[in-house]
Design a protein around this ligand. Structure first.
Ligand code: SF4
Ligand code: SF4
Length: 213
């Protein structure tokens, strides 16, 4: 892993370096240009998380296979993220994984845990929403059923800041037909993107599950 030295390069220069690295690509993107927008946004978030955690020397406690938070907390997602999750389930997942998701969807209700957590692992990991990509706890992993928002808020690390949120918003806006800089600034200040967020668990996954064959 590359170790950054704070002060030698500015965070935005480091970010440019990270963004220059290849992101995951899918042949199916050709048929759905909006998927490329979403994947570019996720690439930006992941790149920024790498820069920030390295620069600040953060001791991130979250590890693969730790999914207590996916059972306890629900993550807000916007319309494009919802479409991305559906696309991944319908076009990318195959065989057993697809049927496992179908089964989780059919059992889902609004109070249930995230339907994408299967065997303590995120089955849509490459398409997991921004909320899952930039939320971490520091120092030690959570215990089962420990809600860090209540028990250890000081350990929560959320990577997005104003500059990165604005970069993300500018990437989203064309999808919603918000094109000019003036329109985008206005929409951003009015909280357009935040207002369209809904908890992931509140979507009608049962209805979607019935369409999975
Ligand atoms: S999408 Fe994946 S990472 Fe996010 S809450 Fe669900 S299982 Fe967890
Ligand atoms: S937030 Fe807590 S439960 Fe979730 S991955 Fe990190 S350590 Fe595990």
């Amino acid at each position: 892993m590359r170790h950054y030295s704070a002060g030698i390069l500015e965070p935005m220069e480091l970010l440019e370096g990270e963004l220059g690295k290849p992101r995951q690509k899918y042949p199916q993107e050709q048929n759905h240009p909006w998927i490329s927008i979403l994947l570019d946004i996720y690439h930006l978030v992941d790149s920024w998380v790498r820069v920030e955690t390295e620069l600040r020397g953060l001791n991130i406690a979250c590890k693969k296979g730790c999914g207590h938070c996916c059972k306890l907390l629900t993550v807000p997602i916007n319309h494009l993220e919802f479409r991305g999750l559906c696309w991944y389930v319908f076009e990318i997942l195959q065989g057993d994984e697809r049927y496992q998701v179908k089964s989780r969807f059919l059992d889902h209700n609004e109070d249930a845990e995230c339907p994408f957590l299967i065997n303590d692992s995120c089955i849509v990991y490459p398409l997991r929403p921004i909320g899952c990509r930039q939320f971490f706890v520091l120092s030690r992993p959570c215990f089962a059923r420990e809600n860090p928002w209540i028990k250890r808020r000081q350990d929560i690390y959320s990577a997005l800041n104003h500059d990165i949120s604005w970069m993300i918003a500018k990437m989203y806006f064309p999808f919603y037909g918000i094109i000019t800089e003036e329109e985008q600034r206005k929409a951003y200040e009015e909280g357009f993107l935040i207002e369209s967020d809904r908890p992931l668990t509140s979507y009608s996954w049962v209805t979607i599950g019935k369409k999975i064959v």
